[in-house]
Design a protein around this ligand. Sequence first.
Ligand code: GDP
Length: 416
Amino acid sequence: NDRTVRTPSTDNSPLQIFVKAKKKINDIFLEIEDYVNDTVIYMKKIEEDQHIIDKEQVKQIDTFKAKVLGIKDVLARDHMKVAFFGRTSNGKSSVINAMLRDKILPSGIGHTTNCFLQVEGSPTDEPYLVLEGSTDHCAVESVGQLAHALCKEKLNESQLVKVYWPRNRCVLLRDDVVFVDSPGVDVSPNLDEWIDKHCLDADVFVLVANAESTLMVTEKNFFHKVSTRLSKPNIFILNNRWDASANEPEFLDQVRRQHQERAIDFLVKELKVCTAKEAEERIFFISAKEALLARLSERGHTSPTPLADGFQTRYFEFQDFERKFEECISKSAVKTKFEQHTQRGRFIATELKESLDKIYTDAQKIKDEKIEKRKDLHDKMNYTEQQLMLITHEMKQKIHHMVEDVEQRVSKALNE
Ligand code: GDP
């Protein structure tokens, strides 16, 4: 069934690193929320009853409620974000569609992406899009409609259009990967604005280059700008349209080596974002068009098309890219997104513990003082008791003597 995604039990995708970490941290924050609520209730109660703590202490712990809610809110929206860049028509939309295994984004002549397009999973069964600055859901059932909707609107190239695609139609969307397609880096003078608006929270950047030409200055320039704003961004370079090499098999190895060396130099020496060994795992020679067609025909959406020589190798390389990409994005997102939450969670838990410890030591102090007072009282009581006993004893003696005296005198009187 082409609409069924892999079930979690059989799912060995590296994206699960992120999915599982997200579930775990979510559970931890649910527990922290419980602790905070319980602590506030407890503190309020003893504040009324016993005067051990002051109002400020309760207030401080009370502010954690809002903090935890805020973190839980951000956590629910945390995702893995990948942004695609490259010159117009290099195949950015085709790569995204191939990864999503469906023709979601319009591609090809007349469908130049003229704004930022973000594709993310939606819990609903029907796809829809939302324009920037609007909350209206525009229903889109087909790519044609999407392209039409995009052309109809006068969109600025920095604007973002969000496409919500049913999660149950694609594993990557189900697992919280968000895709961002950009207008070609060759058309925009506003690269700085793009970076600020759309790139600062991206976990992975994919440069879709054209294997039929060398890396362009405009493409390089964009990534130079990105790497000044982000420290060591994760960049993959896809040499797309590698199917064209099938036409010139005699130059295949030579061309590949040349592209490979230049791409490694770019990542390692120019951008300094990774080592040469790492760079080898970041550069791929693929054909997005073929990968998409193969996937559509696997699902019976199109009839199998005759494939160029070397298709199988290119398709394997595309799948290899996907796996490395999944590993990279899930690890990076766990670190960038959850590290901060973890630190905040730890801070809240420590503050709670310290507050409760303080209440405990204060209560202990009060208890000790009370015991001391009681002991004092006890001592005092002992003294009084003894005095009383003495007095009682004395009284008894006196009464006894008196009685004896009276008895003696009575018997004497009787005898006389
Ligand atoms: P974008 O402007 O970067 O998003 O590029 P598109 O994905 O719209 O692709 C532009 C054109 O190139 C479309 O007609 C695609 O079918 C075609 N194309 C994309 N990838 C490949 C590929 O790997 N090989 C070939 N031969 N054509 C491709």
